[in-house]
Design a protein around this ligand. Structure first.
Ligand SMILES: Cc1cc2nc3c(=O)[nH]c(=O)nc-3n(C[C@H](O)[C@H](O)[C@H](O)COP(=O)(O)O)c2cc1C
Length: 241
């Protein structure tokens, strides 16, 4: 299988969606170090994943990017719908153009003190100028899904989390990037994204950046989870229904 995604032909190098078995073969053929990285334990990859925002401008090899995308495509989806669309942007001109469009969109926005803190921060930074929502990373993966599909965000989140964990296992940094989702209905963003392959019946559900950390390694320092409460209901609990 070597299906092609729907990109703007002028800007896109015809990014192929590769069969993961072929990709696995390719990685097996590469050097021992890379093989070791691919075999990182799943729990270790989950527990050491952190958001990496400062990245080298250097583009990771295509085999590694493809492997991350394949991990996203292997994610579960509601009713096995498999409608999460991943738009993989590595074109520097396009990345700069998107940053400018996002900056202009946020700079024109007024938000009150009750607005979601990250949105408020983005708007304030954009008004000051030089706001680059993707931190100048070499790869931006935008996820989209069918408008009106009830599992659109959930399916995309499964794909994004798979990709972030796979990136860590491959020694790549990643960070969820949500600005294009917030601006999904902005006309300039839609024009830009539709030129890059977003379908008219799709909504932007999220995205992530990918690349080598500025020192060559992804961020892996521990960030303790003090939230995310857990409630166990087991045989020792007496529950009055
Ligand atoms: C739904 C979602 C949206 C996020 N949006 C952004 C974003 O737009 N920009 C950003 O720098 N980080 C973003 N993040 C990353 C979070 O800030 C980060 O996951 C959180 O601070 C925990 O840190 P960790 O990922 O290093 O464990 C987002 C994370 C999630 C799950």
């Amino acid at each position: 299988m070597n299906r092609c995604c729907r990109h703007m032909p002028k800007l896109c190098r015809h990014f192929p969606v590769t069969d993961h078995r072929l990709l696995k073969k390719k990685l097996e053929r590469s050097d021992g170090l890379q093989k070791e990285r691919v075999n990182m334990d799943a729990m270790e990859a989950i527990f050491t994943r952190r958001s990496t925002r400062r990245m080298k401008p250097e583009l990771p090899p295509k085999e590694l990017i493809d492997k991350v995308i394949e991990a996203g495509r292997m994610a579960p989806s509601g009713s096995n719908s498999q409608t999460t669309h991943m738009i993989v942007i590595t074109n520097k001109e396009v990345l700069s153009k998107l940053a400018a469009v996002v900056q202009d969109a946020f700079a024109a926005m007024e938000v009150g003190p009750d607005a979601y803190v990250s949105l408020r921060n983005s708007v304030n930074a954009a008004k000051k100028g030089n706001y680059v929502f993707h931190y100048g990373a070499p790869v931006l993966i935008v996820t989209a899904n069918k408008k009106g599909y009830g599992n659109a965000i959930a399916d995309s989140a499964c794909a994004l989390e798979n990709m972030m964990i796979a990136a860590n296992a491959l020694d790549l940094g990643s960070c969820w990037i949500n600005q294009l989702h917030w601006l999904d209905e902005n006309e300039n963003v839609r024009v830009c994204m539709e030129a890059l392959g977003l379908e008219q019946d799709e909504t932007i559900t999220g995205g992530l950046i990918l690349g080598y950390g500025y020192d060559g390694r992804p961020v892996r320092s521990e960030l303790k989870r003090t939230g995310n409460p857990v409630t166990y209901v087991d045989d020792n609990n007496s529950v009055q229904a």
